[in-house]
Design a protein around this ligand. Sequence first.
Ligand code: SAT
Ligand code: MN
Length: 584
Amino acid sequence: MATPMEAWVEEAARLTKPDQVVFCDGSEAENQNILQTMLNQGDSYQLNQKTYPNCYLHRSNPSDVARTEHLTFISTPQKDDVGPTNNWMDPEGAKFKVGKLLDGAMRGRIMYVVPYIMGPAGSPISKVGVEVTDSPYVVASMRIMSRMGKVATDQLGNSSDFVPGLHSIGDLDPLRRYIVHFPQERLIWSVGSGYGGNALLGKKCFALRIASYMARQQGWMAEHMLILGLESPGGRVTYMAAAFPSACGKTNLAMMVSSLQDMGYKVWTIGDDISWMKIGPDGYLRAINPEAGFFGVAPGTSMKTNPNVMAALHHNTIFTNTGMTPEFEPWWEGIGTEPPPGLITWRGEKWDPSKGVAAQPNSRYTVPAKQSPSIDPRWEAPEGVPISAFIFGGRRARLAPLVYESFNWQHGVFVGATMASETTAAATGDVGITRRDPMAMLPFCGYNMADYFQHWLEMGKKIPHPPKIFHVNWFRKGADGKFLWPGYGENVRVLKWILERVEGRGSAQETPIGYVPTRNGLTLEGLKIAPEALDELFRVDADNWATDLADSKEFFAKFGDRLPAEIRKEHEAVGKRFQQSVPA
Ligand code: SAT
Ligand code: MN
């Protein structure tokens, strides 16, 4: 008798009508086959096998280079269940409309069946998914990003407990592109895109949208968070999970080389994007990284910004839409070298300055996580690592101080819910447009975000040893429009303060928005920074906060009565604290 997985694959094949169905086992021989198929399709290149062994460059269709949020839907019977921040389709309508696009979509193609585990094999927090796809690039990428093949089939056995994902690149026409989630069925349908988060269904579709829905039902958390360990003198490692909107250096923080290494502070990486967390038997929130690789933005990645990932990228890596040198090496803006003569752009043309950038701004590397020198020895621990601190962040030129600590869990949830980031506004030093992005989950929450805030509030009551909640801002600017904080490896100084606060040490002063470090709170040894810059970094400006509170109030109003009363209360409380605080 067919297993539930086989039965579903048969159903998917009946709809999409491939010439052939291939079940993937994840072996190296199979991988070589898939890579060869990629090369034969003409959109991929083998890179320099001396300097980049087993590395490939893939070029996606120029109209298909990023996630497409306006074509991403959550499909539930009630529109209100997805809330004002998600696109909605009713399930019957979605099945009909997208079903028509999938009908026969794999004619003349191979359907690959990719069983995969999100999370370490055997972990009680891990989950199995099965993606069928007609893209060999997706298969090769899923092999890096998840535990794929036999290991997953073995874990699944005859169980029906898996998340099915049906993916076809279709004809790549953006007018016929849909990424649809059916959270009640735990089903994903994606057609018309071969790119990243649209096509590697284990990542944003399963590990965030479907998983966040399951997590609420089952009392755990699926978050858009990196996980890092901060080692302190004596060798103890304290784990923190952090959420940032895009373009805030999340991967770089997860893989940071600490500037306080000599003092005994070192950063270890568990994950750079997603965290699944369950309350452990010890009462701590236990986190795993559901992924097995990093799918990171290439431009701007260099020995200065992320030496760990640079060290990892020289073997077994798939590059997507980067430039390529005549030596068949990948190249991108900000890699740290000048554009070499004979450079080829991501579109396959000879580069010259009139062509603009050589690497597509959202070009990527896909690399096994274990290749990073910073990977934590416990990164695959089945029980997960205990999380002591949550860190929220954003890009705020004038508003948020370098770091502050929330007063308690409920206030911390409010801090996460009011997260926002300013779009990077060119050289003028202008403050950009503020885009609200609660917990960095705006495009990734599989249900109504008002209910998501409620879930956070409830988790706080259930966790015996909840993480403390912090907010950081590496991007505060002075009156001259220049960044006040050096960032990168120096950010460890902020992590050190967070660690000290977790341990009940670390000196802080109370402000209306939370606790900020006192003048001597941050370790500044070996760092050249003007006292005025520090003052500005920690200044809490009542007028700026009043403006931001008005903005977040408007955002929260979208949720109507569904918004938890606690969030409204916290919002009012900040305003009151500003009124009561005596100006210095
Ligand atoms: O393309 S992904 O969704 O995987 C990465 C991103 O856009 O955040
Ligand atoms: Mn992400």
